[in-house]
Design a binder for this molecule. Sequence first.
Ligand code: C2E
Ligand code: CA
Ligand code: CA
Length: 577
Amino acid sequence: MNPASASAAEKIRVLVLSPEYADFLWYCGILGADQGMNVDATWCPDLVDCDDLLSNAHFDLLLWDCVFHGGSESDFLRYLAVSGRDCPVLAVSSEPADCRAPALMELGAADYLCKAQLDRWSLCRAVRCLWYRQQLGEVEQVHLRREVASGFINRDLFFDRLQQALLRAERGKHRLALLHVNLDDFRTINESVGYQKGDQLILKLAERLRERLRRVDSLMRIGGDEFAIIVEKVEDSLDVTQIIRKVVSALDEPVTVSGERVAISASVGVATYPEAGDTPENLLRRANRAMFEAKRDPGTSYRFYDQHLHISAGYQLRLEADLRNALRGQELELYYQPRIDLATGEVRGVECLIRWNHPERGLVNPDDFIPAAERSGLIVPIGYWVIEQACKRLQEAAELGYPGLVFAVNLSFRQFHDRKMTETIFRIIYNANVDTSLLELELTESAMMHDLNYARRCLRELNQLGVSFALDDFGTGFSSLSNLQNLPISLLKIDKSFVQELGESGDAEHIIRAIISLAHSLQISVVAEGVETEGQLEFLRQEHCDEIQGYYFARPMCWTDLLSFLENQSQAACLEQ
Ligand code: C2E
Ligand code: CA
Ligand code: CA
């Protein structure tokens, strides 16, 4: 399409962001009167509509009355840039252009008009110019895509793209990563399969890479066997890792050309803005250097120019791979920490706490791998494994003569929001054939507050099966028990940070006292976590805390140690009688 000849019949979709309907009608009147344009305007009076419209409809231009914004103008422009997918923004405000235009355009507005000087000619000209510019940009994109598919892209164009991406990163305060991909030993491949097939292989690979990248990422072929990938809007090394993981897996699978499977491998160099530089030249040079470093490793591999990022991203990838093996290879184990009833001194139940018997690192605590499991989604299968294991032990405990022991299991945010959670837990309980009233799930407030209706539905469904719920780490989150009043929560666990401040700050005493009396008034029992000293224990006893858990009585222990512990407890109880 030749943009300059875009016909008058072509519709220009304009979203008018203005709180006033009268203003919207006024803009419509002006734009509608221009014979040379066919404007289809939509009115957006508030932020809720704005979000909805931007995500569900396509617009060519956003006409923004600057009185309309959620917080600050700069935040709103940034929001429009992301949600509007770089749709140009024409800003309109009552102040003269020389006062406002430079700042707003710096922040990302494509053009500015002063309301006082706004007439038919200036508004129509601005709309038409921005529309043409947008069309030109799209044509260039199509060209680019075609060039990538068919061969090389012009080096100037590539630098230009990188330059623009850098400007966007700077403006939006984002990170950016440049990946330089070089196929290993491509000459040998070419010689063995022939140049034509070699070329087909590159095209197929480009297609495969593109499928795995996000929309905001751009892929370009910059040499016979080389690609550059610009990864925009990355927050941290984990984001980059996710993309690298996809790229590496795409480069590791054989490619089939004309029925022949060709094994390939590639070396990837990564340079990030701002760490590795802020100009296209620097980034490319450094990504290139990192790529040569990666060449030293056999098979498909990658290297970061920035050592720190390399370490954290590499560590994350390795941890995830190891964790996946751990789940398969039975390296995970549950430890059990007793919970003591303060009125009777008996063990009421145990909290199941996961441990990882790492072949090289030894026993790894959950704080060192749960966050990685959460990010990668592995927490979901791990979490179900924990429930399964807890049910098995629950059954075993009953058979060994400890029938009323409660087994508490932690549920993380992502597990709780797994769509199949209630169904899967139901299946596990059903298969294990256990007394469900002895299974307790521990959740934090933040996991529930995220979507109270969802939480209410899930908790009720599981509660109907007999499962009970405890509110974990209470006091550290929102602490708005009133919001949670309608949920079937029978236990509240005071976070160990308060318990450990007892004796050191008067505040901790007040807070604990208030939590206990509030919980009791709602018929909810209270467990204090992290009890390590006699003094803490005495205070909690005086305040009628129901149960305690902590090193003072017992540390988390493996199953056989727990059985000995229970045995000793019951012998001690017999002697007392
Ligand atoms: P949490 O649920 O708050 O678990 C209590 C943590 O406090 C445990 O750490 C326990 O060992 C520790 N603790 C118990 N008594 C004391 C004490 O007297 N003093 C001190 N300083 N610490 C004490 P752990 O086992 O390292 O677990 C850490 C966190 O990992 C847990 O915090 C929980 O959020 C998470 N977690 C553990 N197992 C699982 C699991 O199976 N699934 C999920 N989703 N999360 C788990
Ligand atoms: Ca817990
Ligand atoms: Ca806790």
